[in-house]
Design a protein around this ligand. Structure first.
Ligand code: C2E
Ligand code: MG
Ligand code: MG
Length: 700
C-alpha cells in the first residue's frame, strides 16, 4: 500500500516572497492563502498567511515572524503527526523539506484532509480488489475440484518424497484402489514389473531435468490385472524453487492398444482368409533368405494360382468366391509343413515359402500334397452346391534359380506361366528353357526401377469430351516410359511388370505426383476453356491400394497429401480402376473404393466390358462412371450385336445412376451412334491423341 507523505500533499499555490516586501505582496495578491518568506540569500525564513497579514499590524507581525521562523517539517513525517503538530502550534500550514533536507513547499490542513481521504478510498479499493481475487480463487478452486472429481483421466498427486497425497475417483475406478487405501502409499503400489529399473531411472531423470515426463507405462490393478496407460507427470515447484508435488494424469489405453494391434494385424494380413499378405510374406522371405545364407541351406518359393477362379466368381457370385478362397486358404495351410508359410498375394494367387528345401524331390513332396488338397470339390454354403477347383504352381529355388527375394519370386512366377501354358492343374520348376525370357524380365524390371527412381516415367494426357456439346470435360493421365533410344515401352508391358515386381506402388505414387504437378502448372496458365470445369483422371492398379502400415498413411492418405501439396482439390480427381479389379473380393474392394472416395474423389471402372462383372457387385460399390472398353466401340458401325451390347450397358449404367464414357472412339460415326444410345462422354483419337501437357495445352 502506498503510504502518503507530506511531500504528496504540498500546496503548490504557495508563493515565495522576499522578507522585506512580503506585507506589500500579501496585501496585493488576495488569491494566495499562504506565502513563503525568504531571506536575502533566498534561505527559508517562515510562512505568512494572507489572513494573518490582514489581521495583525505589519510591525507586530514582522517581529513575530522573524522571532519565530516557522520550522521545516521532514517530508516523511506521518500525516497524523503533521496534523497534531499544526494543532500544537495552532497553525494551518506547515513548510516541508524534500528528501535532501531543502525547503520543498507548503502543506495545509485542507490538503492533509484530502490526502487522508484519498488514502482511505485507495485502501478501500485495494481491499475490494483483494476480496474479488479471493472470490475468483475460490471459484477456480471449486472448478478445479469438480474437474479433478469428474474427469475420466486418473489423477494421482504425490509429495516430493513420492507419498500419494491425493487421488481422484477415476484413479479409484481404473486401479481398483480407493482413496483411503492409496493415500500415504507410494506409486510402487501400482508397479507391474513390466518396466525395468532403467525405465524408471530415465523417467526420474526427465522429471528432474524438465519437470515433466510422458509415456506409456504398464501398471497393475488391485485385482492383479496388468494394463497399459498413457501417463503425463508434471513436477510442481514451490516459490523456493524446490519440487513440492508430482501430479500424474493417466488414461487407460487398453482399448487403443487393442485397436493398434488389430490395425497392425490387418496391415499384415489378408482380411478375407486371415493369411499373411504380400508385405508380411516378403518380410518373412527376406528373413528366411538371411537364415538360409547363414546356414548354407536352400529354400523354395511357390506361386499357387487357381485355374478357374474368375469363372466361379463371376458365375456363382462373390459370396461363393469368397467362401472358396477361404477354403483354399485352409487347404493350403493344412497341406504344408509346420515350418512353411502360406500367404495370399492378391486375388486368387497364393504363395508358399518352404524353408530348408533345396532339391526338387523334397519340394515335390510338399507341392504334391498341396495339389491334392486343392484339386478337388469344395462344398459351398453360399450356393448350396459343390465346385471343383484346380491350381497351377510355379516353383523357384534358392540358391539354384535366384539369389534375391525379388528374383526368386520372378522365377516362381515365370514357372507358373509355363505351368499354366503347358497343362492345367500341374506345377513347374523354374527351368532353363524359360531362362531367356526370365533374364529379359529381370533386366527390364531393374531398368524400370531405375526409371521410376530417376523420374523417367512421364505422362501423356488424353482429352475426354462431352458427346452432346463436344466440350472437353476432363483429361486422363497415361504413363509413358521413354527409353534412351527414343522408343517407348508400352504401358501394357511395364504396368504388369511393375505389378508383378512390387514396383507398382512407387510407380503409382510417382505418376500421381507428376500428374498433380502438371495440373497445378496448367491452372496457372491462360486457357480458352474454363480450368475449373476440367476433371483429371489417373489410372490406379488394385495392387497399389493398401491399408495403413505402421503409422504410415494408407493409400488414400498418401494421395490426399500429394494432391493437397499441389493445391488440387480431390473432387477434381477421378481414379480409374480396371474391371478386373472388381473380381477382388467385394468387401476388400468396397473398403478400397471408400478410401479412394474420401474427400470427394470419384471412381471410374476402366475397360468395362472386357471382364464379366457382376452387376450386383457394381451396384453395391461406390462407383461413379463406367468406361466402355475400346473393343465394344471398334465395330459399332458394322456389328449390330456390339450396338446391342453398348446400348444395354449404357441403359444399365443410366439406370444405376452412373455416367458412361466410351473409349477408343476413332470415327465420327462411332461418336454419333454412341451419342444416340445415350452415352454421355467419349475419349479417343477422334477427339485427341494422348500427348504431353505442353503440347495439349494450346488445344484447350
Ligand atoms: P486405359 O486406361 O484404358 O487407357 C486408354 C488406352 O487406350 C491408352 O493406351 C490410350 O493411348 C489408348 N487409346 C485412347 N484412344 C484410343 C483410340 O482412339 N484408339 C486406340 N486404338 N487406342 C486409344 P495406353 O496409353 O497404351 O495405356 C494402356 C493401359 O495402361 C491403360 O489403359 C491403363 O490401363 C494402363 N495405364 C496407363 N497409365 C497407367 C498408370 O499410370 N497407372 C496404371 N496403373 N495403369 C496405367
Ligand atoms: Mg484409363
Ligand atoms: Mg480403358
Amino acid at each position: 500500500m502506498n503510504e502518503l507523505g507530506l511531500l504528496d500533499c504540498i500546496d503548490s499555490r504557495a508563493l515565495r516572497v522576499d522578507a522585506f516586501d512580503c506585507f506589500d505582496m500579501v496585501a496585493r495578491t488576495g488569491e494566495h492563502p499562504v506565502f513563503v518568506v525568504t531571506g536575502e540569500e533566498g534561505e527559508y525564513l517562515g510562512l505568512v498567511t494572507a489572513r494573518a497579514a490582514a489581521l495583525f499590524p505589519r510591525r507586530i507581525f514582522a517581529d513575530l515572524l522573524f522571532q519565530r521562523p516557522g520550522p521545516l517539517e521532514p517530508h516523511d513525517l506521518p500525516l497524523g503527526d503533521a496534523l497534531r503538530e499544526m494543532d500544537r502550534r495552532a497553525v494551518d500550514y506547515l513548510a516541508v523539506t524534500s528528501e535532501d533536507g531543502a525547503f520543498a513547499g507548503v502543506i495545509s490542513r485542507l490538503s492533509i484532509a484530502d490526502a487522508l481521504m484519498h488514502r482511505e478510498q485507495q485502501q478501500r479499493r485495494e481491499l475490494e480488489a483483494l476480496l474479488e481475487d479471493y472470490r475468483h480463487e475460490l471459484e477456480q478452486k471449486r472448478i478445479a475440484a469438480a474437474v479433478f472429481d469428474s474427469t475420466s483421466e486418473g489423477i494421482m498427486v504425490t509429495d516430493a518424497r513420492q507419498r500419494i497425497v491425493q487421488v481422484n475417483p477415476a484413479f479409484e475406478r481404473t486401479t481398483g484402489w480407493s482413496r483411503e487405501e492409496a493415500v500415504g502409499e507410494t506409486p510402487a503400489l501400482l508397479h507391474s514389473g513390466v518396466q525395468d529399473p532403467a525405465f524408471y531411472a530415465a523417467m526420474w531423470q526427465s522429471l528432474q531435468q524438465t519437470d515433466a515426463w510422458e509415456g506409456e507405462i504398464w501398471n497393475r490393478r488391485k485385482d492383479g490385472e496388468v494394463y497399459p496407460e498413457w501417463l503425463h507427470i508434471n513436477a510442481i515447484r514451490g516459490e523456493d524453487g524446490e519440487i513440492h508435488y508430482f501430479v500424474g494424469v493417466f488414461s487407460d489405453t487398453t482399448r487403443q492398444l487393442e485397436l493398434r494391434q488389430r490395425l497392425q494385424y490387418l496391415a499384415y494380413h489378408d482380411a478375407l482368409t486371415g493369411l499373411p499378405n504380400r508385405q508380411l510374406f516378403m518380410d518373412r522371405l527376406e528373413q528366411a533368405l538371411r537364415d538360409a545364407r547363414r546356414d548354407g541351406k536352400g529354400l523354395a518359393v511357390v506361386f499357387v494360382d487357381l485355374d478357374d477362379f474368375k469363372e466361379i466368381n463371376d458365375t456363382r457370385g462373390h459370396a461363393a468366391g469368397d467362401e472358396l478362397l477361404r477354403n483354399i486358404a485352409d487347404a493350403l495351410r493344412s497341406a504344408v509343413r509346420e515350418v512353411d508359410s502360406v500367404a495370399r498375394f492378391g486375388g486368387d494367387e497364393f504363395t508358399l515359402l518352404l524353408p530348408d528345401c533345396d532339391d526338387t524331390d523334397s519340394v515335390s513332396g510338399v507341392v504334391q500334397r498341396v495339389l491334392e488338397g486343392v484339386n478337388r470339390e469344395f462344398a459351398l454354403a453360399a450356393t448350396g452346391e459343390a465346385v471343383r477347383t484346380s491350381a497351377s504352381m510355379g516353383i523357384g529355388l534358392f540358391p539354384h534359380d535366384a539369389g534375391t527375394a525379388e528374383n526368386l519370386l520372378m522365377a516362381a512366377d515365370n514357372a507358373l506361366y509355363e505351368a499354366k501354358a503347358d497343362q492345367r492343374a500341374g506345377y513347374r520348376f523354374f527351368s532353363a528353357s524359360g531362362y531367356d525370357q526370365f533374364v529379359e524380365r529381370v533386366r527390364l524390371t531393374s531398368e524400370l526401377r531405375r526409371a521410376i527412381a530417376e523420374g523417367g516415367i512421364t505422362l501423356d494426357w488424353q482429352p475426354q469430351v462431352e458427346l452432346d456439346s463436344g466440350r472437353v470435360v476432363g483429361l486422363e493421365a497415361l504413363a509413358r516410359w521413354p527409353s534412351a533410344d527414343g522408343s517407348f515401352v508400352p504401358p501394357d508391358v511395364f504396368i504388369p511388370l511393375a505389378e508383378r515386381s512390387g514396383l507398382i506402388e512407387e510407380l503409382g505414387v510417382g505418376v500421381f505426383e507428376r500428374a498433380m504437378r502438371e495440373v497445378a502448372q496448367l491452372s496457372s496458365e491462360p486457357l480458352s476453356c474454363d480450368f475449373d470445369t476440367l476433371s483429371f483422371a489417373v489410372n490406379v492398379s488394385p495392387l497399389q491400394i493398401h491399408p495403413a502400415l505402421d503409422g504410415q498413411p494408407d493409400f488414400a492418405g498418401v494421395l490426399s497429401a500429394i494432391a493437397g501439396s499441389h493445391h488440387v482439390a480431390l473432387e477434381r480427381i477421378e481414379f480409374e480402376l480396371t474391371e478386373s479389379a472388381l473380381s477382388q473380393s467385394p468387401e476388400e474392394l468396397y473398403r478400397v473404393l471408400l478410401r479412394l472416395g474420401v474427400n470427394g474423389a470419384r471412381v471410374a471402372v476402366d475397360d468395362f466390358g472386357t471382364g464379366c462383372s457382376n452387376l450386383a457387385t457394381i451396384k453395391r460399390l461406390p462407383i461413379h462412371k463406367l468406361k466402355l472398353d475400346r473393343s465394344l466401340v471398334r465395330d459399332l458401325e458394322d456389328d449390330a450385336a456390339d450396338r446391342e451390347i453398348a446400348s444395354a450397358v449404357v441403359g444399365m449404367a443410366r439406370a444405376m445412376g452412373l455416367a458412361v464414357l466410351a473409349e477408343g472412339v476413332e470415327t465420327r460415326e462411332q461418336a454419333d451412334i454412341l451419342r444416340d444410345l445415350g452415352c454421355d462422354y467419349a475419349q479417343g483419337y477422334l477427339f485427341g491423341r494422348p500427348q504431353p501437357m505442353s503440347a495439349l495445352r494450346s488445344t484447350l
